[in-house]
Design a protein around this ligand. Structure first.
Ligand code: SF4
Length: 213
């Protein structure tokens, strides 16, 4: 029987990306091979409890929502995550996957909306970006760059040009919470006429860094 190590399954508003603001069921998988400096889910690195896919589907169904986000940690670090994503799609949910960009996304069900990070120097994990993942993105997907400072911003502009990111999908620029002023980032994007979408993490402005939110 396929099973996954789960840190938490909870109900909240989606705070990011295209489905921002929608009531959403979140499935947070345990474990991550990265260690970003700004990580806000270190509590998901270890622990958790094993759950069968059927049990996860049952827990999600209790929330009565249309949107489901599979997140972590790094959800793709557990191979059974692929089966979970397909089962959720088959059940009729609108499913999104939040992934670090460091692991191969090629086998993810095509119906899943992928929100893939592109790690900046400020994250400390820049070397982990897997550029072959870009080939597996479609127009429904999004690449997210969390920016820590002006250096990250200038570096991100270079990435936009070098990898032609906006040709693959929508690109999100997000200020690292309490590290980079959202106003500064907005001013820089406007001054440079960048073809990116700025986002702030809605859930943190509503509830801070409380787990399960
Ligand atoms: S990839 Fe995500 S979960 Fe993993 S360390 Fe970085 S921010 Fe944290």
């Amino acid at each position: 029987m396929k099973r996954l190590r789960i840190t938490e399954i909870f109900y909240s508003l989606q705070g990011e990306a295209r489905s921002v603001g929608w009531p959403t069921a979140f499935v947070r998988l345990t474990g991550c091979p990265l260690r970003c400096h700004y990580c806000d889910t270190e509590y998901a690195f270890q622990g958790g409890r094993w759950m069968a896919l059927d049990g996860i589907l049952d827990a999600v169904a209790e929330f009565g929502v249309r949107h489901v986000t599979v997140t972590g940690g790094e959800p793709l670090a557990q191979s059974a995550c692929l089966g979970l994503l397909t089962r959720l799609c088959d059940a009729g949910y609108e499913v999104s996957l939040e992934t670090s960009g460091a692991l191969d996304i090629s086998a993810v069900d095509r119906r899943v909306i992928k929100v893939m990070d592109w790690k900046t120097p400020g994250s400390g994990e820049e070397a982990r970006n897997l550029s072959t993942n870009l080939e597996h993105l479609s127009s429904q997907d999004q690449v997210k760059l969390v920016l820590c400072n002006r250096h990250d911003y200038d570096w991100a502009k270079g990435v936009l040009e070098r990898h032609r990111l906006t040709e693959y999908c929508e690109v999100l620029f997000s200020p690292s919470y309490e590290q980079l002023s959202p106003t500064d980032l907005a001013d820089w994007i406007l001054a440079d006429h960048l073809p990116v979408r700025m986002q702030i993490q809605l859930h943190k402005y509503l509830w801070g860094e409380e787990p399960g939110r």
